[in-house]
Design a protein around this ligand. Structure first.
Ligand SMILES: [Ca+2]
Length: 534
């Protein structure tokens, strides 16, 4: 090496090393400038909100005026399906653009492999500033601390992953302890949990009312912190991605005044009562999910008192209206700060809630109540507003956003960009013929942990179940050959399993072939290198 070149090399090496040392000191790796004109992204997510629990989605009773207004200016999708009907697996699908069997974060409170890259990390690398407010349920390591949230790609973290056991790492709980004059009231406590209050409940009093004032709830805090971040970002002028993630309307259905009484005079239609015979006729994996409370020695959920169920519906609706008010205030802030025109706003939920359809509460199953979610996306001038009934998957969000940001979609992502569909005059979008979902329905939900490898729990094998759905048909496969086939045109309530009906064998076989095709091809890009070693 010539001396001059050696010196230059040494200087460059010293400069790189000092850069690395500085980066290590400040914890902020050097970041490139974002492309001029890059759009901002505001992703608003609720937890466990059904598709049909937004007014504009055909529900005449629920009050969601701000979401209805957002939908009118957005592409509002009627057939968006989550790729796994439970929090962390579903969220990991949104954030990696990959199916759950590929990213392998399969059940609650398990962790994402560190080989998976989440889209805030990609956006950081493209010069974006990133922020989280509320719940992530995404982590490489447990517990879910604010530092762990930073590691998943968020520069600014206001964390509330709270589900009781993780409250010690919640920024919301810390904030409430400092500000709420009634901080001693448990944030999931409802009036029915307090014997003297329960005794005073009249027929028009909601037993799910929380004693916390609305302004100190996690819903209000999430809205408030979202708006504070938007104001900061408007000042900085950097392009941003902000994840505004509400914990509600997730059970246990606590709801503050005045939202607790908003639906007092409304009789919300309840699902018909499921018979034990009908539940026993379902695949054993689904039956166990529905009857899991009995396995814990509690009363059967499917026999829940109808009046209690009516209050649950009123409380669930009340929580959604509360979120709607916060979303309305947030959209107003977006206007007032001048950010609205260059910000993509997405509203979506991570999965639904059965709300006693088919005899069960919660999710984890493939019925429409669990897998179909509200999904709307607004981007003034770029997205043609309207009702879209195409079948879409939540893994499509990542490539869609990357399309709008002018970024290359990561090689390992599985979704397809919706941008050509949403662009006026572009007919290049290839509609999906079917959508997929998958889930391990773990024994932890049954409250029993005596899983035996290869044998399951009480003789039911640990079920990794799969769903494939076209416009008309839904086919579900469970271990050891258990199947369901529903004709959604004739049987939208999914009450008649026709998988064994001789008249429908050709359809069943065709759906099963779709499922197998998906399983053997969904991750194929991971096996193909740009240059083959031959
Ligand atoms: Ca969830």
């Amino acid at each position: 090496m010539k001396r001059r070149a050696f010196l230059q090399g040494t200087a460059a090496a010293t400069s790189i090393l000092s850069g690395l040392a500085n980066a290590a000191d400040t914890q902020t790796p050097p970041r490139p400038k974002a492309r001029p004109g890059s759009p901002n992204i505001l992703l608003i997510m609720t937890d466990q909100q059904r598709y049909d629990c937004v007014g504009v989605n055909g529900n005449p009773r629920i009050k969601t005026p701000h979401l209805d207004q957002l939908a009118a200016a957005s592409a509002n999708f009627s057939h968006c399906f989550v790729q796994s009907p439970v929090c962390p697996p579903s969220r990991a699908c949104f954030f990696t653009g990959r199916y759950a069997h590929a990213h392998r974060n399969r059940v609650n409170y398990t962790c994402l492999p560190e080989t998976e890259t989440l889209f805030p990390q990609h956006l950081q690398a493209a010069g974006y500033h990133t922020g989280l407010v509320g719940k992530t349920h995404l982590y490489y390591a447990y517990p879910p601390t604010p530092d762990e949230a930073r590691r998943t790609g968020f520069d600014d973290v206001d964390l509330h992953d709270g589900a009781g056991s993780v409250d010690e790492w919640s920024d919301y709980v810390t904030w409430r302890n400092a500000h709420d004059p009634q901080a001693e009231v448990g944030y999931r406590t409802t009036v029915q949990d307090i014997p003297e209050r329960k005794a005073q409940l009249g027929p028009k009093d909601n037993p799910f009312r929380t004693l916390i004032d609305a302004e100190y709830t996690d819903t209000a805090w999430t809205g408030m912190r979202t708006r504070a971040r938007l104001k900061e970002y408007a000042q900085s002028g950097e392009p941003f991605f902000l994840f505004s993630s509400y914990w509600k309307p997730h059970s246990p259905f606590e709801v503050p005044a005045p939202y607790d009484s908003l639906y007092n005079d409304v009789d919300i239609p309840l699902p018909e009562k499921e018979s034990l015979d009908a539940i026993k006729a379902m695949p054993p994996h689904v039956e166990r999910m529905i009857r899991r409370t009995e396995l814990r020695g509690r009363p059967p959920e499917h026999e829940m008192d109808r009046e209690r169920l009516q209050w649950i519906y009123r409380s669930y609706y009340g929580s959604i209206t509360h979120i709607d008010d916060e979303v309305g205030a947030t959209l107003k802030t977006l206007e007032e700060t001048g950010l609205a025109d260059n910000t993509i706003v997405i509203f979506v939920s991570d999965h639904g809630d059965q709300l006693l359809e088919h005899g069960m509460m919660g999710k984890n199953v493939f019925f429409e109540g669990s897998v179909r979610v509200p999904f709307m996306m607004r981007y003034p001038g770029q997205i043609q507003p309207g009702a879209y009934d195409e079948l879409v998957e939540t893994v499509d969000l990542l490539p869609t956003l990357f399309d709008y940001c002018g970024l290359e979609t990561p090689y390992h992502a599985h979704g397809r960009s919706l941008a050509p569909l949403l662009r006026e005059g572009d007919d290049t979008y290839q509609a999906r013929e079917c959508v997929f979902s998958e889930n391990i329905m773990p024994e932890v939900f049954a409250g029993v942990h005596n899983y035996e490898k290869g044998k399951g729990v009480f003789g039911v094998r640990h079920p990794d179940a799969k769903m494939v759905r076209t416009r008309r048909w839904k086919y579900n496969y469970y271990p050891e050959g258990h199947e369901e086939l529903f004709d959604l045109e004739k049987d939208p309530g999914e009450r008649h399993n026709i998988a064994a009906d001789p008249a429908h064998q050709a359809t069943r076989d065709a759906m099963k072939a779709r499922m197998v095709d998906w399983l053997i091809t969904a991750t194929e890009t991971e096996q193909i290198a740009e240059k083959w070693l031959v």
